[in-house]
Design a protein around this ligand. Structure first.
Ligand SMILES: N[C@@H](CCC(=O)N[C@@H](CS)C(=O)NCC(=O)O)C(=O)O
Length: 217
């Protein structure tokens, strides 16, 4: 039975799960969110209406990390995105949390603020979010000085999280050129075929980016 994947091509968390699907060429039915019908299907599956959501033989799986965990158990291919060795796997999961919680979360906070009416914007929240991005950039830059990929010496779940989060974070609060290791890692990610494919899928929607998508990447 075909996997159904409810997602939008411009969404960072959807790109995270798409990278895993593409990495192992897993076939799926792409239920692109946009029209009333697919949005209603999503709401029936997950009332919080956050995406992506995967449906596998009636089983509803939400949260991008858990979708990737699910694929690793039920639809794994030659590229293992979570190492079999539990000690390596815990490092991968730790870095996955770092990218979601300390890159994507503050990045989205800035973007969601820009989408609000001017009179209810939260300048303090935005400056806190940018300060967090600045701190995590510094930490990641030092970490990436000796690494090709985020964890465990292989392309993994952590890199699926890193790619869209750093892609949009740099658009939102530019990574300072002094963080050369992090900038090089972001470039490496964007050149990786499954990542490039996921990012390309979002190209037609770049005008949606409320802070103005830069003319690059
Ligand atoms: N923790 C969720 C986050 C999902 C998420 O925030 N998705 C965004 C799109 S990138 C979304 O659903 N936005 C719609 C909304 O906030 O109503 C995950 O890891 O999948």
């Amino acid at each position: 039975m075909t996997l159904k994947f409810y997602a939008h091509p411009f969404s960072s968390y959807c790109q995270k799960a798409l990278i895993a699907l593409y990495e192992n060429s897993i076939p799926f039915e792409y239920r692109i969110l946009g029209d009333e019908k697919t949005l209603a299907e999503l709401a029936a599956l997950w009332p919080l209406r956050r995406f992506p959501v995967l449906v596998d033989e009636g089983r509803v799986v939400m949260e991008a990390s858990i979708i990737i965990e699910h694929l690793e158990i039920y639809h794994y291919g030659p590229v293992r995105l979570i190492p079999q060795d539990p000690q390596a796997a815990i490092e991968v999961r730790m870095m996955d949390r770092v990218f979601d919680n300390y890159v994507s979360t503050p990045q989205q906070r800035v973007v969601y603020d820009a989408l609000r009416p001017v009179q209810v914007r939260d300048a303090h929240g935005v400056s806190e979010a940018k300060a967090m991005l600045e701190k995590v950039y510094e930490w990641l830059d030092a970490r990436m000085a000796t690494r090709e990929w985020a964890a465990a010496g292989q392309f993994s779940l952590a890199d699926c999280a890193a790619a869209p989060s750093l892609f949009y974070a740099d658009w939102t609060h530019a990574i300072d050129p002094k963080f050369g290791n992090l900038i090089a890692y972001r470039k490496r990610l964007l050149a990786h075929p499954s990542v490039a494919r996921a990012v390309d899928g979002g190209r037609p929607y770049r005008h949606f980016f409320p802070l103005g998508a830069p003319d690059r990447d």
